[in-house]
Design a binder for this molecule. Structure first.
Ligand code: CP
Length: 305
């Protein structure tokens, strides 16, 4: 259970105590995935089904690997190759999977609110793997685990999120979460990619990346969705990289022990350079590893009801 809900749909309504419980569980799961015998019986006899209407590498595979390491079956269903392609609607598809005796349904869909809609129509615990531009709660949770692991606490940390904030469910979930935990969150990007009145979410807005990075403890780049260029949100990729990209020189403006994060997939030399991706301050690969552990803890928590 997640608070008093069978589902994990977003960070916005998740109590701080639940976030701390999830991060603590990840510590234990990380020990398991880093051991030589990556097996538990936590999900033995349980069924996990993964329904994705959008592409994914990290989210989909980490849930599948995690479920299998915990003794569950885990099946994948994509919109292409399933009866979605014959016109079956989202609720009917989800209910079909549900009545096959699914315990946990992991889903990703392009429409904001889709996970909430499905959760109301199924008995399974629904875990939101990303819904439109709304939330990507599991990403924010493992980002938080990674920050706590490296920095010890969130209180007073300057976290700077750089990129396309408007279209980013990762940014929204991270802002909700980091504010709850007491960090100081700043955002930075082209004005065309910053939502109006975002300050109401409790963030400071910069329109100069060098000022934003000054003294930052955590630097988080976001993927520029290249299709946004067609929408006229920025002139071209080279210009974006020149004005907003994080390179070696810009990273020096952050605190000397700042960490670099990115949810992936990365457009190298656009939002961050290869140097920054691979430098000692980068925890991008660790984020991915932590994602497996965190999602294992979430699935274990989901069946406790
Ligand atoms: N960060 C993230 O959600 O990556 P995938 O799209 O590869 O799952």
């Amino acid at each position: 259970m997640f608070g008093n809900s069978k589902d994990l749909l977003g960070i916005r309504d998740l109590p701080k105590s639940e976030i701390i419980d999830i991060l603590d569980r990840t510590v234990e799961m990380k020990k398991i995935i880093m051991s030589k015998n990556r097996r538990t019986t936590d999900l033995q006899g349980r069924t996990v089904n993964i329904l994705f209407y959008e592409n994914s590498t990290r989210t989909r595979l980490s849930f599948e690997m995690g479920a299998k390491m915990m003794g569950s079956t885990a099946c994948n269903i994509s919109s292409s190759g399933s009866s979605v392609a014959k016109g079956e609607n989202l609720i009917d598809t989800a209910r079909t999977i549900d009545v096959m005796q699914t315990d946990i349904l992991i889903m990703r869909h392009g429409n904001s609110g889709s996970a909430h809609l499905v959760a109301k129509n199924v008995n399974a615990s629904v875990i939101n793997g990303g819904d439109g531009m709304n939330e990507h709660p599991t990403q924010a949770l493992y980002d938080a685990y990674t920050i706590r692991d490296k920095k010890g606490d969130f209180k007073g940390l300057k976290v700077v999120i750089v990129g396309d904030i408007s279209h980013s469910r990762v940014a929204r979930s991270n802002i909700w979460l980091l504010n709850k935990m007491g960090a100081n969150v700043s955002i930075c990007g082209p004005k065309t990619l910053i939502p109006a009145q975002i300050e109401q979410m409790g963030v400071k807005v910069y329109n100069d990346v060098e000022k934003a990075l000054d003294g930052a403890d955590v630097v988080m780049g976001l993927r520029i969705q290249l299709e946004r260029q067609k929408g006229g949100f920025f002139p071209n990729v080279d210009e974006y990289a020149k004005v907003w990209g994080i390179d070696e020189e810009r990273l020096k403006l952050a605190a000397p022990d700042a960490i670099v994060m990115h949810p992936g997939p990365v457009n190298r030399e656009v939002e961050i350079t290869s140097f920054v991706y691979e430098c000692e301050q980068s925890v991008i690969d660790e984020q991915v590893t932590n994602g497996v552990a965190l999602r294992m803890g979430l699935m274990k928590k989901a069946i406790e009801r």
